[in-house]
Design a protein around this ligand. Structure first.
Ligand SMILES: Nc1ncnc2c1ncn2[C@@H]1O[C@H](COP(=O)(O)OP(=O)(O)OP(=O)(O)O)[C@@H](O)[C@H]1O
Ligand SMILES: NC(=O)c1ccc[n+]([C@@H]2O[C@H](COP(=O)(O)O)[C@@H](O)[C@H]2O)c1
Length: 248
């Protein structure tokens, strides 16, 4: 049964001039890497002087997401859950991964905002607007320029400061200025796009980790040990997976 995780969600101080903020990282997490976790920490540092960061959520995509290399959400969510065990603020929301069909990212953020506000109202008697910001890499923002991949309405809501906002971490191969200038909606909403300067580069990707596993090479220090042990125990990513959805 689905439950919205609130175990690490802080209660905002309503007398504080800083507004409450929740950070949300979405993706395949196929598998989770240290950079996925670092991105959330970087975003938290970026916002902490102006906002009360009351929690962070990772939302892995569900099995209906159209990506050939995706393994079952059961494995991907287990690895995320193990990797955030030691974090005092990161939680994983299963709203998206529980669904067999694809969920647009804007709906994931809508859901988290609604659930967090409802929780604070019902259990803490706090009625407030919580800001929710999407944390992503520049390649994800670049995908806004792929025709028909994102609805115009969703791009507008995600990037406008009055609704959500997008915190972007630069990534090799993606030029943020070009991405924004090639997109009218992003250009209009520029003040809702927070470019997080990258001080320590980390070019790790899930693809590179999967490749190493297939080639019997070490992946230690690229991802949390608990997730690495999960991969070994479950013998996953050993071969390029056939599309498991075809077997259903
Ligand atoms: N090294 C990185 N630098 C910046 N952003 C990253 C990095 N790795 C992942 N991200 C971002 O993390 C989010 C989730 O990424 P995702 O799960 O697709 O991982 P990935 O490593 O890009 O996966 P894959 O290699 O399978 O395409 C996306 O917003 C992506 O841009
Ligand atoms: N229309 C949309 O909302 C839309 C389109 C494409 C990707 N996405 C999201 O972007 C992320 C991309 O992840 P990958 O880089 O692993 O493909 C996922 O969280 C996915 O759900 C959302």
């Amino acid at each position: 049964m689905y439950e919205f995780p609130i175990s690490k969600l802080l209660t905002p101080n309503i007398n504080d001039t800083k507004k409450p903020l929740i950070l949300v990282g979405t993706g395949s997490f196929n598998p989770i890497t240290y950079m996925h976790l670092r991105m959330m920490e970087m975003a938290k540092d970026y916002f902490k002087n102006e906002y009360q960061v009351i929690g962070g959520y990772l939302s892995p995509v569900g099995d209906g997401y159209d990506k050939k290399t995706l393994i079952e959400s059961l494995h991907r969510t287990s690895m995320v859950e193990l990797s955030i065990e030691d974090s005092n603020w990161l939680m994983m929301d299963r709203f998206e991964s529980n669904k067999p069909t694809f969920t647009p990212t804007r709906q994931v953020l809508d859901h988290i905002k609604l659930m967090a506000q409802d929780h604070l109202k019902s259990f803490k008697n706090i009625d407030c607007n919580i800001n929710v910001v999407l944390v992503c890499g520049a390649d994800l923002l670049g995908s806004f320029n792929i025709p028909k991949l994102w609805s115009e309405n969703d791009m507008n809501l995600l990037s406008s400061k009055d609704n959500f906002g997008i915190a972007v971490i630069s990534r090799n191969g993606s030029n943020l200025d070009d991405i924004i200038s090639n997109n009218q909606i992003l250009t209009k909403n520029k003040d809702g796009i927070f470019m997080i300067p990258i001080d320590i580069t980390n070019d790790v990707s899930s693809t590179k980790i999967r490749e190493k596993i297939r080639n019997n090479l070490s992946i230690k220090y690229l991802m949390p040990d608990k997730a690495l042990n999960y991969i070994n125990s479950n013998n996953i990513y050993k071969t390029e997976i056939p599309d498991f959805r075809n077997k259903l």
